[in-house]
Structure formats: structure tokens, C-alpha cells
Design a protein around this ligand. Structure first.
Ligand code: AMP
Length: 467
């Protein structure tokens, strides 16, 4: 199947080609013809499946006919966060470059002046977060009765963030005859109810089972004591061929602390969380996307749905409290066909949360080290290596494909801490001091490994079992 088979206009096909896409993803193949036929749609799909283009592309063709009017947007896309709204706007710019369509972005945290000016000039596509939209609507700065097309994106996230009443209000202000699309990674009962109320005979498209996780992601849980989480994380960052990683923590304070700790240990890390203002969030994100840092410590709100290419690893430093967040978090890796690895740290405090995650995804997550064949392999190799220890030691040179990061500072350069806190101290029963400082090489062949493929030793923390 090609994009040309889906009924898109030649201008759009050109833009898609320029974007470098040759084959529609599963959701695009099913959703695009449906939207072009002006039908309502429920898309059960997580981010990373190409779902944004599945509504943006046909919307551009649907909107191509018709005229703009001041203060009356012709279509509306609701997004739960500013970052997601900005990302959808980028998609519009990319795919709509051969069309004369006007788009406006209504998000909180930025000056309203330009947004109001765009609205009064007339827009074809309005991309908004519910809060800012409600704000402007209540002030009479926007009319919604000319809006023929509505997209509710990331509906389950809207639910988590308490936006459902706002969405119901907004829906009630739109014309009854309109086309509505709702996208959600999962369909909890309140979202089913919302869909029943505001969608008309929708076509239901499901790619990947609801709450399932992407087949391109190898996911593990890592049993670990709370106090050892930092050590364990650093062990993975140094040994799992991490190129780029997003590390999720449940609390903003943990995000900040963790970023500070990683930076102290010489990792090129940065942070993003809900307490930061919009411009700092965007700035940190850009640094990560540009490769100036390769580790981003994040909270859920700040990182929801972000499309960051080539993230080799996701770490759940804490098991997420909301099981849906698990699906969203690990969906940051393994995007658009690339392979990724996701590790969820599970301490005693995370026991209930992981049980909920596994209930939602419908299967237990593999325990790292017990079910990863690469660990068995490395055990064998470790034995083989032990037999040839003197030779191996002589050859132990820095590996070229080491994850790019600054050399660790010498111990004496580090901030004076006496005594060193347990959680910031590499434990010698896991990784010996000399191993820890030396760049590691592949044990198997000394050939560069594929990004994300684990090939290191078995870490000591695996001894902490689930019983
Ligand atoms: P999304 O699920 O919308 O967040 O998209 C995930 C990523 O897939 C984005 O980086 C898109 O640019 C990319 N993408 C979307 N459609 C395609 C396609 N047909 N082929 C390859 N990549 C795509």
C-alpha cells in the first residue's frame, strides 16, 4: 500500500514524499480514507504509531475547500499539553506546505497577542489546549459555531488531567453537524462515554491492542531496593549501550535530584517537568533533540506524547502510579520502527503500581536478567572471559561506540561529600571501581553493538528478587 492509494491530493502526496515517508502506517492506512469520507472516527493508538499524520493529512485535504472567517476557526484540534499542541502544529506546517491553510496555536504560557491576531485574521485549523481555549471563549474572543471538524487527541490523557468537563463544554458549543475524531491509547469507561455522547456512528480503528505496548520495544522490570535506584540507573546508563535516554520519575523533586546527581557523575543530562515555564521546557527539549544532552529526566506531564526521534532507552525510575502512563512512557522509544529498550525499576513501594501496569497491559513484564537471553549469553561469555582474563585485561581499551558523554570527573573534583551518600556511591559489589571508571568494551566480539542491545555483565542488583 502507498499513500497514493489512500485518496490524498497530489499536493499532499508531494509533502509526504518530501517528509520521507513511503508507506502509510497501519493507523494511517485505515484512518485516512475514513476521514476523507467525512466519517467520525475513534482511533485507539498510542503515540509512535504515526497517528498524528493519520488525522493531519486528511484534514488538510478536507479543509482545502472552504473559506476562512474572522474569529471562527473551521476546525479544532484539542491536545492535553502545550508540547503536544506545538508538535501537531509542526506536523501541519510540514504536510500543509503546499496548501493555503492558516493555522493558529492556542496554548497557555505564551503571550496571547499573536494568537488573538491570528484568530481575528481567520484560521482554518486551530490547535489548542482546553484551558486556553476555554479562557478565550469565555472572554468572547472566539466563536466555535463555525467549526466543522473536531479532533480530540490523547483523550485518556485529557481524562487523567481533568479536562473532560472542559471538552464536554467545548463540544456543546460546536455545531451539531460536524466531523469528530477521537484518539486515545486506551479507552477507559469515561472516554467510551464521551465518545458515545459526541461522536456519530464512528468507525473504530485499533492499532495494537488497547494498552498494549509496541513490539519494537523490549521491556523489562528491574527489581531494586529504593536506596539502590541511583546506582542501578547509572549501571544501566554505562552498560546498556545507551545512546539517548528519557528517565521518568513520578515526582518533580525526584526529577530535579536525579538530574543533579547524574550531572555530578559526569552524564550529559537535563530535566523537564511541570514546574518549569514553557520557554525553559522547550529549550531543554531542543537541547535534547539537538544532541547537546543525551539524557532527559522527565515528569509525565512534561513528556506526554513528545515525538523525539531515536530514543534508545526509556527508564522508569519509579513505576508510574497511573498504569496508562506506563504505555505512554515506554512509547517514547521504539518509535516508527526503531528498536528500543525500556526498563522499569520496581522497589517495594512500586509493587502495587507494577501490578496495576501488568493488569492493564494484560501480561507480566519480563524480569531483567532472568528472561533476557542476552544475559545468559553474557554469563557464558563472562565465564569464557574469566578463563582468558590476563589477555582480556591487556586489550581493554576504550570503546569507540561508548555513549557520548563527558568523561567522568576525577573523584577529587566532585563536590565534597562526607560521608558519601549511599545512593550516590557506586557499589563495589556490583561494579568494581576500576571497571566503573574504565570505558567498557563489548565482551563478545569487540565489534560495535547495535544501539540498545545489552551486552554487558550481569549486575549484582539482580539478586534482589521478586521472591
Ligand atoms: P506519532 O505517532 O504521530 O507521534 O508519529 C511518530 C513518528 O512517526 C513521527 O516522527 C512521524 O514523523 C513518523 N511517521 C509518521 N508517519 C510515518 C510513515 N508513514 N512512515 C514513517 N514515519 C512516519
Amino acid at each position: 500500500m502507498t499513500f497514493a492509494d489512500l485518496g490524498l491530493s497530489p499536493e499532499l502526496l508531494k509533502a509526504v514524499e518530501d517528509a520521507g515517508y513511503s508507506t502509510p502506517t497501519a493507523i494511517q492506512a485505515q484512518a485516512i480514507p475514513t476521514v476523507l469520507m467525512m466519517r467520525d472516527l475513534i482511533g485507539i493508538a498510542q503515540t509512535g504509531t504515526g497517528k498524528t499524520a493519520s488525522f493531519v493529512l486528511p484534514m488538510i485535504d478536507v479543509m482545502a475547500a472552504g473559506r476562512r472567517r474572522a474569529l471562527m476557526p473551521r476546525s479544532l484540534i484539542l491536545e492535553p499539553t502545550r508540547e503536544l499542541a506545538a508538535q501537531v502544529a509542526e506536523n501541519f506546517e510540514k504536510y500543509g506546505k503546499n496548501h493555503d491553510l492558516k493555522m493558529a496555536l492556542l496554548i497557555g504560557g505564551v503571550q496571547m497577542g499573536d494568537q488573538l491576531k491570528a484568530l481575528s485574521d481567520g484560521v482554518d485549523v486551530l490547535i489548542a489546549t482546553p484551558g486556553r481555549l476555554m479562557d478565550l471563549f469565555e472572554r468572547g474572543k472566539i466563536m466555535l459555531n463555525g467549526c466543522e471538524l473536531l479532533v480530540i487527541d490523547e483523550a485518556d490523557r485529557m481524562l487523567d488531567m481533568g479536562f473532560i468537563p472542559d471538552i464536554e463544554f467545548i463540544c456543546s458549543k460546536l455545531p451539531e453537524t460536524r466531523q469528530t475524531m477521537l484518539f486515545s491509547a486506551t479507552m477507559p469507561p469515561p472516554i467510551e462515554k464521551l465518545a458515545k455522547k459526541f461522536l456519530n456512528n464512528p468507525k473504530r480503528i485499533e492499532v495494537n491492542r488497547a494498552a498494549s505496548t509496541n513490539a519494537d520495544i523490549t521491556a523489562f522490570k528491574v527489581p531494586v531496593k529504593s536506596r539502590s535506584k541511583k546506582d542501578t540507573l547509572r549501571w544501566f546508563l554505562e552498560n546498556d549501550l545507551v545512546e539517548t535516554a528519557i528517565i521518568f520519575a513520578n515526582r518533580k523533586t525526584t526529577v530535579r535530584e536525579l538530574n543533579q546527581s547524574l550531572s555530578r557523575f559526569g552524564f550529559r543530562s537535563s530535566e523537564i517537568h511541570g514546574d518549569m515555564d514553557q520557554s525553559s521546557r522547550i529549550k531543554e527539549l531542543e537541547r535534547f533533540k539537538a544532541g547537546q544532552v543525551n539524557i532527559l529526566v522527565a515528569s509525565d506531564v512534561a513528556a506526554r506524547g513528545l515525538d523525539i526521534k531515536g530514543v534508545s532507552h526509556v527508564f522508569n525510575y519509579d513505576t508510574p502510579w497511573h498504569p496508562d502512563d506506563y504505555v505512554h512512557r515506554i512509547g517514547r522509544t521504539g518509535r516508527a520502527g526503531a528498536k528500543g529498550r525500556a526498563f522499569t525499576f520496581v522497589s517495594e513501594e512500586d509493587a502495587e503500581a507494577i501490578a496495576n501496569v501488568e493488569k492493564l497491559t494484560g501480561s507480566p513484564i519480563k524480569v531483567f536478567g532472568k528472561e533476557d537471553v542476552r544475559v545468559d549469553l553474557s554469563e557464558m561469555l563472562a565465564k569464557a572471559e574469566a578463563a582468558q582474563a590476563p589477555q582480556a585485561a591487556a586489550e581493554d581499551e576504550p570503546r569507540e561506540e561508548r555513549p557520548a558523554r563527558k568523561p567522568r570527573r576525577a573523584r577529587e573534583d566532585r563536590p565534597a561529600r562526607a560521608p558519601r551518600r549511599e545512593q550516590d556511591t557506586p557499589r563495589t559489589d556490583r561494579v568494581t571501581a576500576s571497571e566503573e571508571r574504565k570505558p567498557r568494551r563489548h565482551r563478545e566480539t569487540d565489534e560495535p553493538g547495535k544501539p540498545g542491545e545489552w551486552n554487558g555483565p550481569v549486575p549484582g542488583f539482580l539478586d534482589v528478587g521478586f521472591g
